[in-house]
Design a protein around this ligand. Structure first.
Ligand SMILES: [Zn+2]
Ligand SMILES: [Zn+2]
Length: 154
């Protein structure tokens, strides 16, 4: 059961950066969509981090504007909003549970503990991957988003 949840979550995970673009080091999850390279300290953001950062500075920005400024696709932004991953969008009366352990949470899809575990696993895999093919740029290090998700009006 927990495994099924995990798989579903992994399939939907959005563009988590795994490898540092500056030096090829492994990016370590720091929270709220932010990642830091363990080798050179460069910062990277996933789609959520990019959109969140932008929304913090530009409250009420629309999807087209956010997409233009962050490079995150319209669809990905709508999915993020739909999933209520932003505290700026209130979840009053909403009742969220961690997708892995079922713990009550106030925002996002995982409780902090499961989110942390998830990222540690991706990092471990990325390190192993990096060792395996130090010469090439590991394609396997990228977790591609399951392409076809249902489209629904927002
Ligand atoms: Zn780096
Ligand atoms: Zn959990």
């Amino acid at each position: 059961m927990a495994d099924e949840r995990r798989k579903a979550f992994l399939a939907q995970e959005i563009h988590r950066p795994t490898i540092c673009q500056a030096c090829g080091g492994v990016l370590v999850f720091k929270g709220v969509g932010e990642f830091v390279c363990e080798d050179c300290g460069a910062k990277e953001y996933d789609d959520y981090g990019k959109v969140r950062n932008y929304l913090e500075r530009h409250r009420g920005a629309n999807v087209a504007e956010i997409s233009d400024m962050t490079g995150v696709s319209h669809k990905a932004i709508r999915d993020l909003i739909k999933e209520k991953r932003f505290d700026v969008i209130d979840n009053k009366g909403g009742y969220l549970r961690c997708e892995m352990c079922g713990e009550n949470i106030t925002t996002g899809r995982l409780c902090p503990k499961c989110e942390e575990n998830y990222h540690r696993q991706v990092e471990k895999a990325a390190r192993a991957d990096r060792k395996r093919n130090l010469s090439g740029y590991g394609e396997s290090a990228h977790l591609e988003q399951g392409s076809k998700r249902f489209t629904r009006e927002r």
